[in-house]
Design a binder for this molecule. Structure first.
Ligand code: DC
Length: 224
């Protein structure tokens, strides 16, 4: 039997990078739930739907297909939006649409349906507290504001996105952190049974190994 792994934490703490690497090693499926909030925000912006209009956003979602492929690509109504949803504008817009309880319940239901079976590594803000409450391994991943801004800067460069300076990125991250931790609906908070990992001074390999060590007792059982 496989297990589920929940990874939550603030923006640019390294959640997706680590989840991808873990998925490869364990042969599990990685679901980047942030991509679903980003796709929702992207469609709303393109369709000139107000990010404040909860009912209009939910109506829009009724006719919206968001597909996450095992290779990490994101398709919105059939269009590859993998890069377009990673801009600073869409990052903030995603944080805004994610405040609405009805938007959240629609996307959470889809996430739970996708991960009905075990063998998933899901990353986001409410995975350990709401989406996969019964995940066997829960991680709360953090990193210093400085480390996170630098990482996002490098990632933007790699993706070929228009690069802003590290200070501007740091401001955008701080604004999103504030919004994501202060909203009424499922704010970012460490689940009681989550293990906190500060990745500021850790390599990707070190973080992956730390999580694999937490999974080991379950994986042993799996192979027993
Ligand atoms: O993980 P990310 O940076 O791609 O997420 C974009 C925004 O979506 C983030 O600022 C908050 C929101 N989000 C959320 O509220 N719940 C999730 N499970 C994932 C993301």
């Amino acid at each position: 039997m496989k297990i589920n792994i929940a990874i939550d934490g603030p923006s640019a703490a390294g959640k997706s990078t680590i989840a991808k690497s873990l998925a490869k090693q364990l042969n599990y499926i990685h679901l980047d739930t942030g991509a679903m909030y980003r796709s929702t925000a992207y469609k709303a912006v393109c369709s000139q739907i107000s990010l404040e209009d909860e009912n209009a956003l939910v109506e829009m979602l009724k006719n919206t297909d968001i597909t996450l492929t095992p290779e990490g690509k994101v398709f919105l109504d059939g269009e590859d939006v993998s890069s377009s949803i990673r801009t600073d504008q869409i990052s903030l817009a995603a944080s805004s649409v994610s405040r609405h309880p009805l938007v959240r319940s629609e996307l959470v239901a889809r996430q739970q349906k996708m991960a009905e079976k075990k063998g998933f590594i899901m990353d986001g803000r409410d995975i350990g507290t709401v989406v996969l409450k019964d995940a066997e391994v829960k991680i709360f991943m953090t990193a210093s504001a400085e480390a996170r801004a630098k990482r996002r800067y490098e990632q933007d460069k790699k993706l070929g996105l228009p690069t802003t300076d590290v200070e501007t990125i740091a401001k955008e991250i701080a604004q999103r952190d504030y919004q994501d931790t202060h909203r009424a609906a499922s704010p970012l908070v460490k689940a009681e049974d989550a293990v906190e990992i500060d990745t500021s001074d850790m390599t990707i390999e070190e973080v992956v190994n730390a999580i694999l060590a937490l999974c080991e007792p379950y994986l042993k059982e799996e192979h027993a």
